[in-house]
Ligand binder design. Structure first.
Ligand code: ZN
Length: 435
């Protein structure tokens, strides 16, 4: 490594080491008031107290007073829905048919896919998100645009071509064979290239026939180390329709179970209307329930039952689900998540929120050996947050006396304005956007 590319980021370093048991669980995180994160070659080289002598030979970036955290992680998002966000609809199926399935057809056009992919990663960076698991469209062009643009920014991204062969417009349908062939070719092309990771992506049971589910199963068997992403139990009409399409199976999750698509690398968007059996299957297979609070409120799908799944021992992640979700910000997402649980009579303390956005989501995506914490040897994906980012936040901060309360203020009032800088593989990316 060239010594000139080593940078010392000085600030208040916060990184979780485990899931916080309570709001005063000081053992769940590591905090350094005047800390230094030394980065180079895309990695974190050292973390500790700031030492002026040791730092003297390197470029020092001064983030004093600001919090340096691991980059935020969004495990469920649809990149082709950037121009769908904020669309007025009564429910999920109307929203899909009226807006989303129309917009997604435009991704057959390479120029459109490339333009939106570039804007997508700019938006993630603006909001402090350094890794996401994204749905592309059925078009291989959309997957190439997605991973091509991620590679330009050296971002660790999970993504895949959606497989859909029914209950969608003609232009958005593949076939069991073409869905398999195209997914396999894209997987071979992108998975493990730089920081790219492929996800086998049957959109949801409603848009795949039995034959297509079998093809997804075949792919998953051939490539056991790749992610699988899909949706389950989001909306009551959707649940009823899925059960109608697969009548001999016990429930909605039972469809994915039948085709052996559940497991530790399976990310299941929503999981709101789970039966007791589904909770047990989810937990036993170590599949991940991905909670999408802004989407669930916006589309009116329901209130996620966090404590019920937690009591089962299920793995839980939290995500934006843009464009059903209404914000790219993980801060806004956890703010809405907090309110969802308030309505359920459940507590979500700010330590747990920030654990979930970082290490929790990294664990849920089985990427915690690379990202999610600030430790020597980890990828240098970081975010710098300022709880005094706006005049009203600065005024409120005057009365904040604990780290947990500062985090809660960031979550309650913060958005992209609170993101001072986003580092991807050690490089400052947000300031570069503005330049
Ligand atoms: Zn989704």
């Amino acid at each position: 490594m060239d010594a000139s590319e080593v940078k010392v980021l000085r600030g208040r370093v916060l990184s979780f080491v485990d899931e916080p048991a309570s709001i005063d669980d000081a053992k769940s995180y590591r905090y350094i008031e005047d800390g230094a994160v030394v980065v180079g070659g895309g990695k974190i080289i050292m973390v500790g107290e700031f030492n002026p002598k040791a730092a003297a030979h390197h470029e020092i970036i001064d983030h004093r007073g600001k919090l340096i955290l691991p980059g935020l992680i969004d495990p469920h998002i649809h990149f082709p829905q950037m121009q769908v966000i904020g669309s007025y609809a009564a429910n999920l199926l109307e929203w899909l048919n009226t807006y989303t399935f129309v917009e997604e057809q435009r991704f057959a056009d390479k120029a459109h896919a490339t333009r939106i992919a570039a804007r997508f990663f700019d938006e993630l960076i603006r909001h402090g998100t350094t890794t996401a698991a994204a749905y592309c469209t059925i078009h291989p062009t959309s997957v190439d645009a997605f991973f091509g643009e991620a590679a330009k920014r050296d971002m660790l991204m999970v993504g895949g071509k959606v497989m859909m062969d029914r209950n969608a417009p003609e232009a958005l349908r593949d076939t069991p064979q073409s869905g398999y062939d195209e997914s396999k070719a894209l997987l071979e092309k992108w998975h493990g290239r730089g920081r790219a990771r492929y996800a086998i992506t049957p959109r949801f049971a409603i848009t795949s026939t039995h034959e297509q589910m079998e093809m997804a199963e075949a792919l998953a068997r051939e490539y056991p180390d790749v992610h699988i992403q899909t949706h389950v139990d989001e909306n009551l009409a959707e649940v009823a329709f899925a059960k109608e399409l697969f009548p001999n199976l016990p429930d909605y999750l039972g469809i994915y179970e039948r085709y052996h698509l559940l497991g530790p690398k399976t990310l299941l968007g929503h999981c709101i209307h789970l039966t007791h059996r589904e909770c047990e299957v989810l937990t036993q297979t170590r599949s991940v329930a991905v909670w999408c609070p802004t989407s669930n409120l916006f589309i009116g799908s329901g209130l996620f039952d966090h404590d019920r799944l937690h009591a089962h021992g299920a793995r839980i992640a939290v995500a934006t689900d843009v464009g059903g979700g209404s914000s790219y910000s993980m801060l806004r997402t956890l703010d809405e998540g907090y309110k969802v649980l308030q309505l359920r009579g459940q507590r979500l303390n700010p330590l747990r929120s920030f654990y979930m956005m970082t290490l929790g989501n990294a664990r849920a995506m089985s990427l915690d050996d690379r990202i999610g914490t600030i430790e020597t040897g980890r990828d240098a994906d970081l975010v710098v947050l300022d709880a005094s980012a706006t005049p009203q936040m600065a005024l409120r901060m005057e009365a904040v006396d604990t780290l947990a309360n500062e985090l809660f203020l960031l979550q309650t009032c913060g958005d992209d304005r609170a993101v001072v800088e986003t580092y991807v593989a050690g490089r400052p990316m947000k300031s570069a956007l503005a330049a």
